[in-house]
Design a protein around this ligand. Sequence first.
Ligand code: DX5
Ligand code: ZN
Length: 222
Amino acid sequence: MEYKLAPSILAADFMRLGEQIDAIAKAGAQYVHYDVMDGIYVPSISFGLPVLKSVRKGTDLFLDCHLMIMDPDRYIDEFADCGADSVTVHVEACHDVGVAETLQHIKRRGLKCGLTLNPRTPIGALAPYLGMVDMVLVMSVEPGFGGQKLLESTYEKLAELKALKERGGYDFDIEVDGGVTKDNLASLIRAGVNVIVSGSSIFKGDIDANVKDFFAIIAENA
Ligand code: DX5
Ligand code: ZN
């Protein structure tokens, strides 16, 4: 299993964004987790396409775009044009053209496609699409804000997802997002997660030391 660390730049210092992305890359992180919020699907507004374009110019890291936006199909071409490597959409948010069509659109543009769900959405909601996705993102907090505590119900969700993955013989990545810390990382890895998003626990304090600590825990529990 390949493990990827995806620091969420929602927790970065935006005055020093380039410097901080260089720091996570130098310490070994492979992905940048890029949280897009529209103020409708979630209460907050974060950042969007122009910032993505600048980040793309400044880094070779894999840009893992998590769209917390309503009807995400409307924006897939623009995310592709601005340099996204993967686009993950919410199963609850695809009303205009439907989930399968949205995922196909992402693939047509040559991007990796991900599907995610809110903590209150049952894992069964993803079942019809599991054969199409490169990654399933299990939200471990209510989407919309960084710095929340990981919900304990996440572990049951991960177990259900792992069972569906094995039963179907799928090989998608399993990503977790929200409240991931050095204290719960080992349990999450043992629960089957291989793409790890973390905002506050990477960007608060010493970025280099935090990334290295995360990788040491990954190595011990992989
Ligand atoms: C929440 C976002 C997360 C968030 C994670 O809606 O999707 O990616 O930035 O931040 P932490 O790790 O601080 O919970
Ligand atoms: Zn996210």
